[in-house]
Write a protein that binds this ligand. Sequence first.
Ligand SMILES: [Zn+2]
Length: 189
Amino acid sequence: MQDLAEGVARFQRDVFPAKAELFARLATRHTLFISCSDARVVPELITGTEPGDLFVIRTAGNLVPAYSPESDGIAASIEYAVAALGVDDIVVCGHSACGAMTALAERHDLSGAPAVASWLRHADASVARTSADGDVSALVRQNVLAQLANLVTHPSVANALAQRMVALHGWVFDIPTGRVQDLTAPRAA
Ligand SMILES: [Zn+2]
């Protein structure tokens, strides 16, 4: 915690004064960015964006539960970003060596972590898309595509897509090289 406290003090002293105007102005938030909670994946850092640019949702394994009538915090955040903020783009960003995808690909015993095991069921379709056992990279890619499909089940997203108001993108961030692969770019399709 000492590191964090010093970081906050450094932010207030060295960083904030230069960005005070940025924080004061109305945030624009043109993009909804959904990534893994992994500490190595920092959306603003890898996209070179500033406060106000990204509306961010982070979950273990960058999983987006398919729409259900019993809404939750994730569904509410998606709806708010799309229907209220009117984001132009939605990015689902997976990453290399994802712990959640590794647990699934390598069939780890999750009996001691029932909440994790239950949450990872939202990747059932991702697992079903991969044939090669233990191929974490393949699962990471297929999971991004499966979560994009889950995203489309949310009425706000379906509506924005029908009106061509939003575009969906699937990315994979490679931690060792810093590269981002766009799975949904026309050439990658
Ligand atoms: Zn991860």
